[in-house]
Design a protein around this ligand. Structure first.
Ligand code: HEM
Length: 399
């Protein structure tokens, strides 16, 4: 009997798609969680492409009241027209050029981090590179001290620690409530921290993204303090946790597929496509959530209004109706229209940054360590959140 990668890696059954399973129907009502699950590729595209019927604002359906001031400006939870206005505004500050100009700095930081493990026969990729690199880059970009990274890690760990999935089942409400209440404290601390830095920029502008956000204006409108801090919090969080996962996952996938690694070592131009394939094969954000604003029919199933719908991006990224040989990790897959960065109006704003960090960091890692491989004796560890798929520890041997 052959073991699958998912078995070899000890992947939890909750990530069923890593085990090659697909639900019998692409749209199902999950009785245990009392919400709808969409796992087919075309069906997922339909849901995330239709913000009118599938809203990103789940707050009205949540079991506890959340102060709207805590979420105003959090693009991910907004719908048009507010979403469009804010996204236009922040896009003026967070442009492709701003990101592209970071390349030399990303290379320098990667170089310094890898210097620290030079000469070692083994190191943990996450501690050495995959965590600190994106957090230093996003901190410097925003203009907050990178030396505060322990603080950011505490907040990120607290906000991503929850091991319970979103559920609308009455029996789970108490646990959900406890989770949400626990997250209030770190979220508020992070907000206060960023607000203090933003206030400082209003007084004394600098060449950083916080200053650009403070000054950004569209049609005479500027960001309010709440919008500014919530958006900056989103960047700070989304700006590192996900990229950490992509770096670790790509190394893991390449290690498990020596033929693909050899091809990449022989032709580094394949690296961007290898990163895309890693995001498809081990999708870091495995699920998105939406709320129906009206009754909606998807794949012949009628979803009533005011229901939570979870879009299983990771399952959609392996839907055999969409992908040829979906269980194969193929760095030459072309085209590769995966949904790992979302699709439509909420398409990941940080995708250019994540792709750039991945390319620069992995190139340097391959340059410095010609014999890099995982340590077969070290158990793999994954992020605890059920909606995340990424290594949280990955021991590598250097020879
Ligand atoms: C949105 C994934 C890196 C900032 C999204 C969405 C996904 C995603 C799936 C769509 C959410 C939705 O439709 O509800 C990822 C992955 C990343 C990554 C897999 C790493 C490889 C980043 C980085 C940043 C960032 C580095 C910032 C520096 C954002 C923001 C949004 C977003 C601000 C919201 C956009 C909007 O709602 O209009 N991301 N992301 N992401 N991402 Fe990323």
């Amino acid at each position: 009997m052959t073991t699958t990668l998912a078995e070899r890696w000890g992947i939890d059954q909750k990530h069923f798609w890593m085990h090659g399973e697909q639900p019998a129907h692409p749209v199902r009502f999950d009785e245990a969680r009392k919400l709808w699950t969409v796992s087919g590729y075309q069906e997922a595209v339909q849901v995330i492409g239709d913000p009118q019927r599938f809203s990103s604002n789940l707050l009205p359906l949540m079991p506890i009241d959340v102060d709207p001031a805590l979420t105003d400006g959090n693009l991910i939870q907004m719908d048009p027209p507010g979403h469009r206005e804010l996204r236009t505004l922040v896009s003026h500050a967070f442009t492709r050029k701003v990101v592209a100009d970071l390349e030399p700095r990303i290379a320098a930081v990667t170089g310094e981090l890898l210097d620290e493990v030079a000469g070692q026969d083994r190191f943990d990729l996450v501690t050495a590179l995959a965590y600190p690199l994106p957090v230093i880059v996003i901190a410097e970009l925003l203009g907050v001290p990178a030396s505060d990274q322990q603080l950011f890690k505490q907040w990120a760990d607290a906000l991503f620690a929850s091991q319970s999935e979103l559920s609308m089942n009455e029996d789970d409400l108490a646990a959900q409530e406890a989770d949400m209440t626990e997250q209030n404290q770190p979220a508020a601390e992070m907000g206060e921290y960023l607000l203090a830095h933003a206030a400082e920029r209003r007084r004394k502008p600098r060449a950083d993204l916080l200053t650009k956000l403070v000054e950004a204006e569209v049609d005479g409108k500027q960001l309010t303090d709440a919008q500014l801090t919530n958006f900056a919090s989103l960047l700070l969080l989304a700006g590192h946790v996900t990229t950490t996962m992509v770096l670790g996952n790509t190394v893991l996938c390449l290690d498990a597929h020596p033929d693909q690694l050899a091809r990449l070592r022989a032709d580094r131009a394949l690296l961007p496509a290898a990163i895309e394939e890693s995001v498809r094969f081990m999708t870091p954000f495995t699920a998105l959530y939406r709320a129906t604003t009206t009754e909606a029919e998807i794949a012949g199933r009628r979803i009533p209004e005011k229901q939570i719908v979870t879009v299983q991006l990771a399952a959609a990224n392996r839907d055999p109706r969409q992908w040829a040989d979906p269980m194969a990790f193929d760095i030459t897959r072309d085209p590769n229209p995966h949904l790992g960065f979302g699709r439509g109006i909420h398409f990941c704003l940080g995708a250019p940054l994540a792709r750039l960090e991945g390319r620069v960091a992995l190139n340097l890692l391959l340059d410095r360590f010609p014999a890099l491989r995982t340590d077969p004796t070290a158990p793999l560890k994954f992020m605890p959140s059920p909606d995340a798929m990424g290594v949280s520890e990955l021991t590598l041997l250097t020879s």
